[in-house]
Structures are given as structure tokens and as C-alpha cells.
Design a protein around this ligand. Structure first.
Ligand SMILES: *[C@@H]1O[C@H](CO)[C@@H](O)[C@H](O)[C@H]1NC(C)=O
Ligand SMILES: *[C@@H]1O[C@H](CO)[C@@H](O)[C@H](O)[C@H]1NC(C)=O
Ligand SMILES: *[C@@H]1O[C@H](CO)[C@@H](O)[C@H](O)[C@H]1NC(C)=O
Ligand SMILES: *[C@@H]1O[C@H](CO)[C@@H](O)[C@H](O)[C@H]1NC(C)=O
Length: 601
């Protein structure tokens, strides 16, 4: 008999008095999650101990098993009762295999990840590059199974060596990653608030599914019984203790070894998840000796490249002069982990001596800048409907960066130049050289140097006097992009030409109910323009707290424009610290240059 169980039993006796509660919290194995309401152990506890859909059982290997309605079986590794989340894994270490049968519609659980994608699965004879959503557990020798998000990129892949297997829709990324961990959440019964008060939860009345909180079981019996129990316990305890200590020494050693193996496995898997590493020779071949120059950026030159007949990429060769390689580490580290239709995809990278390159999916239409600014007053090719779609796409991309990953990703360089457009003009955020990671509950982050591009930087980023730097700084930049889209001309040109700061001008117009004097074609256009302006003005509020989160921005952009309220005037004087919003606008270039120099030194 397992000695630690005996010990547990004895302790329970002491704790509870002699009477045992049939809904008592239990576990399948020593390291298993505690099982209590709304979960119950199917074969050990009566039905009223749990809630429908929450039945668990123990396997012979002491794992905790959950059976979903469509005969999908998962091991439960952790139950977070307060957040109402379970962390589950596939017993055979192959979650993707369960995908086709996976159907949560008749279960109390939902995917925990907010962001879900449609994937198409391919069975490929070994293709020459690793795509980081390959699934070794489905592969057989000579044939690899890959999953692609069904977006623009997959349509540009001619997978000649692949056959399509099937599509799946609305699946979170973690389902097909190699971590073999899936988190599911439940909303009913809502017992989280009991846990938050340090209480437990149970059914009020087993015939109606209502719940109530109750105090955690404590020793409550008469003192005599307690003493007796303690007496029995003490005797048993002494016997058990010696054995237990010996057993524990043995098992903790084993647990430690298991932990090490787990970490090692994680690191291996993580390595496999990352984008492909290329040698410099590969890069030369891919770019055909750097023949096709796509453009020059602050950090290096971008070349067009070709991975195969149909797969084109943009290869960004980074300047060697770019200091300590922070930008490179930033981009590879971040981009390898994130995945969203509105974020450009990193296919691979090269770090060969001093030569560093980033390999991205190639987007034929280049950046948004090209499509919203027309130098010579020519008519712009994108209509207002399309501009609105683009705005929404960018907003969703930034929202994903802020909310969709374990850590918040702050971009710090949102501007039209960094928004790429695919063949259907879907926007994709690129250039993560200035990005920073921070935890989600962090309200302010520290920065040693100002980051960003003049005209789009939030006030607090160039001077800490104006507030704390946070995710709201990206919101500001996004607001400026929105206003740029409406204006359709370069900030600089506008300022120089008319000495009027567009955001302020447009605020005053709207505020007074005057006409906007922008190019309008369809009837709906004015509505859209107005919506983009109002959302933009909300985003560029001087104080970070006055700006909405990206989630709210997405809602505003998806909603009806005429229901939006006008924001407070971002340019009104509000105290001495605020000196110069207007001046800033008008003389943005010069003023910021001065601030940069004084801050940088
Ligand atoms: C999931 O199950 C429900 C009910 O059984 C069914 O209506 C639905 O089509 C299923 N969904 C999938 C994706 O199979
Ligand atoms: C992929 O195709 C090969 C050849 O047809 C087949 O043997 C293999 O089982 C397939 N893999 C999967 C996961 O279907
Ligand atoms: C599967 O995805 C492909 C690629 O986007 C799409 O063309 C096809 O229509 C999808 N098929 C189904 C049945 O959804
Ligand atoms: C539970 O609810 C039923 C129906 O409302 C009622 O008849 C019964 O007395 C209740 N039982 C308890 C223990 O409250």
C-alpha cells in the first residue's frame, strides 16, 4: 500500500473528525490535481458531488481523465478553480490527432485561447523547409503533416509535394503546437467567486443546478472525538513517518529527474517551433545574389527572395552597424512565437557570423504608406470601405499583440510604413525591431531611450513628464495612423503647406459640425470618414488614461459610426504640463528633434 496515502488518510481523520464527507476533495495520484466541485470522480462519488459534464475518472497510471462528449479523452494536469480553467493534454501526446473529433458544443468547456484560426492540413513528402506548424506526431517516415492558417499566405503556396488532408475551423494555436497542452475554461457553474473568497462551492439543491459557497471544511467536532482521533493518528503517524521519510527521499529524487526531462523536452520542442535558420549561402541563393532590391530601411536593406517556384519572401539584411543585435534578437524571439492574420509572418532567419537577416513572407502590395499618401494630388486607389477594413485589421493585429499572447507585446513603431498589405489589401503589421515584451498586469514600463517615429510617437514616450509608457503608447500611434488615412497626405507636406496641424483642424471642424472637405464618392463615405476620425481622436488623447484599449478600438470600428461620442479635445490646454500640444503639432519635427537630443544625452 502506498504509504503517503495512508498518511493522507490519517491527516484527513485528524482534520475532519472521524466522519468522512462523501464529496470530500480527492486526487487520482500524488501529483494529480485536487478534485472537488464542480468536478467529481465518477466511480467514487455520488452524482450530486459534481456538475453535469465535469465527471472525471482515474486511470491505472493515476492520471486524471476527462471524457468529452465526442469520445475525446484528455488528461487533466491542472485545475484552476478560481479562474475556472483546466489545463489538459492528450494521453498519447498528440493533440492534433484528436482535432477531427474535437467538438465542445455539448460540453461545459470552451477554448481558453481567445484567438482561433482556420487551418488546412497537408500531408507532404519531405519539403525542403521546416514550416513551424509541422506535426511530428502525425508524420510517418517520408511524410510530414503540416498545418497552415488559411489566409493569404497559404493560397500563395503551391504545395506540389503535398496533398490536402482536411480543414479545421476555429482552433486555437496551442492545439496544434507541440506543447501538448490545451487550456479550456468553463463559465457555468460560476464558482470562481467562492474561491476568491477562500471558500468552496457546492450544489444548493441537487434537483436544481444552483450553487452556493460554503466555508472550507475545518475541524468542527467535539473535543473528545478530536482527542481520540488525535490519539489514533499519533500512533499511526509515528509508524508511518519513518516509512514516509524514506519513501519521500526516493520519490522527490524521481520527481526532480522528471522535471529535468520535462524542461529538456520543452527546449527541444521550442527549438522545433521556431522559424528556420538559414546560412548566409542559403540567403544568397534565396535572394539570387541579392538581385532584387525592394527597399532600404533604417535597419538594413530588403531583398526579394524565392524559396521555391511559388513561395516568395522578403529578406531583410540587417546593417552590421546596428549595435548589439538587440533588434535582431527582438524580431526573431518575438516573431517566431506569434501568429495572427494581421501580423506579418517570419519564415526564417540567418545569423552567420556578423551577417544577420530576417526572412518574411513577401507581400506584393507593399506598405500602407504608398496607398494613403499621394504626392501629386492623384486619386488614391483605396476606397473608404477598404480603408475601414484596413483600419480594423490593423486594430485587430495590435489588439492581438497586446492581449493574444502570454506576454504583452508593445510594438512602439506603428506607422503606415510598417503596415504591409497583401494582394487583397489585408494589412499586416511588420517591423518589430523596437518592440518590447511586458507582462499584462504591468501598468508602466521603463525605457532608456525614446523609440518610434516622429509624428507617431506618444507624448509620454519622448518625455516621461507626460505620463507612463504603456500599451496606450501604441494606441496613440494607431490613432495617428487613422488620422493619416483620412487626410491622405503626408503630415510633413500638410504642415509645411498650410501651417495647420491636421488632427487639430479636423477636431475643430467636427466639433463645430462643419463640413470635412474630404474626397467623398459614395453616400456612406462620410460616415466612415467621420468614424475613423472620431476613433483616431480618442486614440490620440494626450493623457494615456484617456485613450481606449485596442479592444475598445476594435469595438468602436466594428460598430456604427454615428453612435460614437466625440472625445474631449486632445488639444485643449489642461494645466501647465500640457504647455504645447498645439505647438507640438505645428512644429513637430523641430521640437521633437530638440527633445530627442536633450533626452538622449
Ligand atoms: C458539434 O456537435 C454539434 C452537436 O452534436 C453539431 O451540431 C456540430 O455540427 C458539431 N460541430 C462540428 C464542427 O462537428
Ligand atoms: C500521408 O500520405 C502517405 C502516402 O499516401 C500515407 O502513407 C500516410 O499515412 C499519410 N499520412 C497521414 C497522416 O494521413
Ligand atoms: C479549406 O481551405 C481551403 C484553403 O483556404 C479553401 O480553399 C477550401 O474552400 C476549404 N474547404 C472547406 C471545406 O472549408
Ligand atoms: C430542492 O428543490 C425541490 C424542488 O424545488 C424541493 O422540493 C426540495 O425540497 C428542495 N430540497 C432542498 C434540500 O432544499
Amino acid at each position: 500500500m502506498n504509504l503517503s496515502f495512508l498518511l493522507l488518510f490519517v491527516l484527513v481523520l485528524v482534520g475532519r473528525g472521524v466522519g468522512l464527507n462523501e464529496c470530500q476533495e480527492s486526487r487520482c495520484g500524488k501529483h494529480g490535481p485536487p478534485i472537488r466541485f464542480p468536478f467529481r470522480l465518477k466511480n467514487r462519488q455520488p452524482e450530486f458531488c459534481g456538475f453535469p459534464g465535469f465527471d472525471l475518472s482515474c486511470t491505472e497510471t493515476q492520471d486524471t481523465l476527462l471524457e468529452l462528449p465526442t469520445s475525446v479523452k484528455l488528461y487533466i494536469n491542472t485545475i484552476d478553480y478560481a479562474s475556472q480553467v483546466i489545463f489538459a493534454s492528450d494521453p498519447n501526446n498528440c493533440l492534433p490527432r484528436q482535432l477531427l473529433n474535437f467538438n465542445l458544443s455539448n460540453s461545459p468547456f470552451k477554448f481558453g485561447e481567445r484567438f482561433q484560426y482556420d487551418y488546412v492540413f497537408f500531408n507532404c513528402t519531405s519539403i525542403d523547409r521546416k514550416i513551424y506548424l509541422s506535426m511530428p506526431c502525425l508524420s510517418v517516415t517520408g511524410y510530414d503533416v503540416h498545418a497552415f492558417v488559411t489566409d493569404g499566405f497559404v493560397s500563395s503556396l503551391a504545395l506540389t509535394s503535398c496533398t490536402k488532408m482536411y480543414n479545421v475551423s476555429s482552433v486555437p494555436m496551442e492545439f496544434i503546437s507541440r506543447d501538448n497542452t490545451l487550456h479550456l475554461k468553463w463559465s457555468k457553474p460560476a464558482c470562481g467567486f467562492c474561491e476568491a473568497q477562500d471558500k468552496y462551492c457546492r450544489l444548493k439543491n441537487s434537483t436544481r443546478f444552483e450553487t452556493e459557497c460554503f466555508d472550507k471544511p475545518k475541524s468542527s467536532r467535539g473535543i473528545g472525538i478530536k482527542l481520540m482521533a488525535a490519539g489514533i493518528a499519533l500512533g499511526a503517524l509515528l509508524i508511518v513517518l519513518v516509512g514516509f521519510v524514506l519513501y519521500h527521499i526516493y520519490s522527490s529524487d524521481k520527481a526532480e529527474k522528471e522535471n529535468q526531462a520535462r524542461v529538456k523536452k520543452f527546449l527541444q520542442d521550442y527549438k522545433a517551433l521556431k522559424p528556420t535558420r538559414y546560412s548566409y549561402a542559403d540567403i544568397k541563393r534565396i535572394t539570387n545574389q541579392f538581385k532584387d532590391n525592394l527597399g532600404q530601411g533604417a535597419y538594413g536593406t530588403v531583398f526579394k527572395g524565392k524559396l521555391s517556384n511559388e513561395i516568395f519572401v522578403a529578406v531583410k539584411m540587417l546593417n552590421n552597424s546596428t549595435g548589439n543585435g538587440e533588434e535582431f534578437i527582438n524580431e526573431v524571439g518575438l516573431m517566431g512565437r506569434i501568429h495572427h492574420v494581421n501580423v506579418v509572418r517570419l519564415v526564417g532567419y540567418c545569423a552567420d557570423g556578423f551577417r544577420r537577416a530576417l526572412v518574411y513572407e513577401h507581400l506584393p502590395n507593399e506598405s500602407l504608406e504608398k496607398f494613403i499618401f499621394s504626392d501629386d494630388g492623384k486619386e488614391l486607389p483605396l476606397g473608404w470601405e477598404k480603408l475601414q477594413d484596413i483600419a480594423l485589421g490593423i486594430a485587430k493585429g495590435i489588439e492581438y499583440l497586446h492581449q493574444g499572447c502570454h506576454q504583452r507585446i508593445l510594438h512602439f513603431d506603428i506607422k503606415p510604413h510598417n503596415i504591409l498589405l497583401d494582394e487583397s489589401f489585408n494589412p499586416k503589421i511588420s517591423d518589430f525591431g523596437l518592440a518590447k515584451l511586458c507582462s499584462k498586469d504591468q501598468s508602466a514600463i521603463s525605457m532608456t531611450t525614446a523609440r518610434g517615429t516622429i509624428g507617431y510617437i506618444a507624448p509620454e514616450v519622448f518625455s516621461r513628464n507626460f505620463g507612463n509608457v504603456s500599451y496606450k503608447s501604441d494606441v496613440y500611434s494607431f490613432g495617428m495612423v487613422l488620422l493619416d488615412m483620412v487626410r491622405g497626405r503626408k503630415n510633413k507636406d500638410f504642415t509645411e503647406a498650410s501651417q495647420v496641424y491636421f488632427p487639430e483642424w479636423v477636431y475643430n471642424r467636427l466639433d463645430k459640425g462643419e463640413e470635412l472637405r474630404i474626397q467623398i464618392k459614395e453616400e456612406n463615405d462620410e460616415q466612415i470618414a467621420k468614424k475613423l476620425i472620431i476613433v483616431g481622436l480618442w486614440c490620440i488623447q494626450w493623457h494615456p488614461v484617456g485613450r481606449p484599449s485596442m479592444e475598445a478600438v476594435v469595438q468602436m470600428l466594428e460598430g456604427e459610426g454615428n453612435k460614437l461620442t466625440m472625445p474631449p479635445n486632445p488639444f485643449a490646454s489642461a494645466g501647465p504640463a500640457r504647455m504645447d500640444a498645439n505647438a507640438l503639432g505645428r512644429h513637430l519635427q523641430q521640437e521633437l528633434a530638440v527633445i530627442f537630443e536633450t533626452e538622449g544625452s
